[in-house]
Design a protein around this ligand. Structure first.
Ligand code: C5P
Length: 320
């Protein structure tokens, strides 16, 4: 008997992050270019004894396995974890769409490879992987599965970055960042991600940018992604290096001033360095895999205690 359903999903970097006006729903309109990177969260649903009664959560518990050395040991093994919420959402949608069947209880296991509260959408990757794993579990025990459109709708409800974690690749995101169109790209890009192990709350970063804009008229929204689109089709990291842009960087630097030194060091060692999403992770763009290894070693020596990841993009979205 199959007793385990596993899926993985990628982390991301925003090659361009243009932040427009705050909206009535508390979100901001974005024009962003995502690139999925090959640093993958793995979510497993492990079947346990017992059956969930109708209306009851099938999730018996969640355990995070930390693959990053010395990662922030936040308590995230709770029902509010996005992976848990994603499994509950998939089961509820399936119960509503099909004749409900008895479902066995599961324990969720997450192999965490992407920084927590780091600006790389690690939690969103957990949600996307959990949706795909839950759909495989539902199909196995009921013979029916949710379709891709239903999964995307659930992903949007779980968070603005979750649809991109499902999709992967390179994509233009508008609206809350969750209306996605695939973008053409050539070749692969090598990155070193450096996390100073101080979390940033995404909502606070957006709110601070609004405040900063009141006092600093130069912080206008950058909504033109032409340069990044051209850089992606060129496949040339030197071209991408000059096209990278992040409106939220101003807020991240205000909240975590130590990022300035990290960005300067990244720029000195590599082609470019930029805050990833809402930060505090800094994405350092390199020429190729060998260069990425050199840059990683140099930055690791200079910033002991910071976490580093070497990886490349674009990478596939959530998959079994
Ligand atoms: O959707 P998610 O839960 O990841 O978003 C976290 C917070 O980030 C939101 O509650 C909101 O404050 C902010 N946000 C925003 N505009 C976006 C995406 C996120 O203001 N497009």
């Amino acid at each position: 008997m199959v007793n385990q359903f596993a899926a993985s999903a990628p982390g991301k970097v925003n090659l361009h992050l243009g932040v427009g006006e705050a909206r009535a729903d508390g979100y901001h309109d974005l024009v962003t270019v995502f690139q999925a990177v090959d640093q993958r969260e793995v979510v497993r649903l492990v079947v346990e004894d017992g059956v969930a009664s109708e209306g009851e959560s099938v999730v018996a518990g969640i355990t995070t396995h930390w693959t990053l050395e010395g990662a922030l040991s936040e308590q995230i093994d709770t029902p509010s974890n996005l992976a848990w919420r994603a499994v509950d959402a998939a089961v509820a949608a399936h119960r509503a769409a099909f004749f409900p069947v008895a479902l066995p209880k599961v324990r969720i296991e997450v192999d965490k490879a992407v920084f927590v509260a780091g600006g790389m959408a690690g939690g969103s990757a957990d949600a996307a992987a959990a949706l795909v794993a839950a759909n495989a579990y539902l199909e196995h025990f009921s013979g029916t599965a949710l379709d891709q459109n239903q999964l995307v709708a659930l992903a949007k409800d779980l968070g603005a970055d979750v649809p991109f974690a499902l999709m992967g690749g390179n994509a233009l995101g508008t609206g809350r960042g969750d209306d996605l169109v695939e973008m053409l790209g050539r070749g692969e890009f090598w990155w070193v991600f450096v996390n100073p192990r101080v979390p940033i709350n995404t909502g606070e970063a957006f709110g601070l940018l609004d405040d900063l804009r009141h006092h600093n008229p130069s912080l206008v929204p950058h909504l033109d992604t032409t340069a990044v689109a051209q850089a992606l089709t060129s496949g040339d990291p030197e071209v991408l290096a000059v096209a990278l842009h992040n409106d939220l960087q101003a807020a991240a630097l205000e909240m975590r001033p130590q990022l300035k030194e990290l960005i300067r060091a990244g720029e000195a060692e590599a082609l470019a360095a930029i805050v990833s999403g809402s930060g505090p992770t800094v994405a350092v763009l390199c020429r190729d895999s060998g260069h990425a290894q050199e840059v990683r070693d140099a930055l690791a020596g200079r910033f002991p205690g910071y976490e580093l990841i070497t990886t490349h993009g674009p990478a596939a979205g959530a998959l079994l």
